[in-house]
Structures are given as structure tokens and as C-alpha cells.
Design a protein around this ligand. Structure first.
Ligand SMILES: Cc1cc2nc3c(=O)[nH]c(=O)nc-3n(C[C@H](O)[C@H](O)[C@H](O)COP(=O)(O)O)c2cc1C
Length: 188
């Protein structure tokens, strides 16, 4: 069975909800390991092993100051031993982020995640989901944020993790997860 890891950090729970939605969707067709980066920026040895053994990895972080959180970056830097050996070469990769503003420079975060995956020699999977960008578009439409290079969600700054991400962004996450697992299976 295809092995997929979802490696993510979340400070206040919104990106975690996105990750949980992705994990739930993936679990229908793959062996999934959810790896939550601690608030100290650490993951366990068993989780490093799961990353090494996986066929694909989805990277997720909230957008903080226009990039990934320092906790995510700490793990990314700690992966440099794997980078030396190119242990993750040819695994599939994708990225997701969540922020408070509708734009909020989420693209910068996805660009970083893409660069990180490219440094590891991974193969990047985007959303391939049409953007909801017509006059009739509604906030809860799939891919209302119009992101192609990775999954984006937006959670208002004063919304709890129970209130946001909104259903449309969570549905977008499910479709992104379905695309990712399909590409993993195709490559296998
Ligand atoms: C240190 C910090 C920096 C932030 N920077 C941004 C930002 O650049 N753009 C934005 O739209 N929101 C920004 N936010 C808001 C968060 O992205 C938003 O609250 C998000 O839902 C947090 O996700 P989490 O609950 O997974 O931590 C920032 C929040 C914090 C705490």
C-alpha cells in the first residue's frame, strides 16, 4: 500500500485541522502517518523513519510573517542529513498552508515548501483544481483562493480552530489529498 506522510506544524490549530482533513482523506487509499511538529520544532526518531520509508510527503505550515513557522524550518534544516544522501529523491511532495488574510503572502510559504522539496530531489504535485473566480463564485466554493502550486486555506484571525478553516477550504483539502494519493499510486 502507498505510504504517505503528512508533516506539519500548527501553532493555534487551524493548520492542524487542514492536516487532519487531508489525513482522513488519504487514509481511504494509503497508509498514512500524521507527523505533528512540536512547539519546540521537533519530531521523533520514529517519525524520521516514517518519512524515509514513505512514497510521498505532504508538507504543511501556517504562514507566519510570509513564510513557514520557525518550528517547520527547524525540521527542514534538520533534514539536511537526508539531503546530503538524497534519501528523499523521487518521492512525491506537495504543500499546504493556512493564514489569516485572504492573501497574506501564502504564496511565499508554498514557494518555500516547493524549494525545500526540490532541494531533496522530490517530485512536486500541485492542486490541479480550477479556481472559483467568476462573478457567481462563493467563499465556500472549491479552490476559492485560486491556488495551484499547493493547497491554501484562510482562517480569520479571530476564528477558533473549530470555526475555521471554512468548509470550502476543507473540501479543497480533500480533493488535493485525493489528487496526491492518485499520483503516488500512478508512480508506484
Ligand atoms: C507570528 C505570526 C505571524 C503571522 N503572519 C501572518 C502572515 O504573514 N500572513 C497572514 O495572513 N497571517 C499571518 N498570521 C496569522 C496566521 O497565519 C493565522 O492565525 C493562522 O490561522 C495560524 O495557523 P495555525 O492555527 O495553524 O497556527 C500570523 C500569525 C502569527 C502568530
Amino acid at each position: 500500500m502507498t505510504k504517505i506522510c503528512v508533516l506539519f506544524h500548527s501553532g493555534y490549530g487551524h493548520t492542524q485541522r487542514l492536516a487532519e482533513t487531508i489525513v482522513e482523506s488519504l487514509a481511504e487509499q494509503a497508509e498514512v502517518t500524521a507527523i505533528a511538529i512540536s512547539q519546540d520544532g521537533e519530531i521523533s526518531d520514529a517519525h524520521w523513519q516514517a518519512l524515509d520509508d514513505s512514497d510521498g510527503i505532504l508538507f504543511g505550515s501556517p504562514t507566519y510573517m510570509g513564510s513557514v513557522s520557525w518550528q517547520f524550518k527547524r525540521v527542514a534544516d534538520a533534514s539536511s542529513g537526508r539531503w546530503m544522501m538524497q534519501n528523499w529523491k523521487d518521492k512525491l511532495a506537495g504543500g499546504f498552508t493556512n493564514s489569516a488574510s485572504m492573501n497574506g503572502d501564502k504564496s511565499s510559504t508554498l514557494a518555500y515548501l516547493h524549494t525545500f522539496a526540490m532541494q531533496h530531489g522530490m517530485l512536486w504535485v500541485g492542486t490541479a483544481l480550477p479556481a472559483a473566480n467568476t462573478k457567481a463564485a462563493q467563499r465556500n466554493d472549491v479552490n476559492y483562493l485560486g491556488a495551484f502550486s499547493g493547497l491554501m486555506a484562510q482562517s480569520p484571525a479571530d476564528a477558533s480552530a473549530d470555526e475555521a478553516p471554512l468548509p470550502g477550504d476543507l473540501e479543497t483539502a480533500k480533493l488535493f489529498a485525493a489528487r496526491f494519493v492518485a499520483q503516488c499510486q500512478r508512480l508506484a
